[in-house]
Ligand binder design. Sequence first.
Ligand SMILES: [Cu+2]
Length: 117
Amino acid sequence: MKKLLTLTAVLCTGLTLAGAAMAADNMAGMKMSGGAMDAGASNSTALTDAVVKKVDPSTGMVTLQHGELKNIGMAAMTMAYKAGDETMVKQAKAGEKVKVRVEDVNGTLTIVKLMKQ
Ligand SMILES: [Cu+2]
């Protein structure tokens, strides 16, 4: 697990710029919620637009190309996150546009909600 986390961190840093650039392209036609920044407590269930890039059933990891995840301080990027449950791993498909909620669950960045757009 330690190895995986390290690798994830490296990918995260390395892909930040590329991910942000891609996200900017993809987000161009999308409506950004202007009020999200000062929403405070009502922001605790906010969903973020993302595209599933890869699903790995053997590790339960789902790679997302996602917009900014404000609640965990993550910029827009492509990065693998732990799926919240098995159903999510089974239902997520590469190439699909989704809305996600990622939370820090006991130190592991976990997709707690994944909805098809
Ligand atoms: Cu990241």
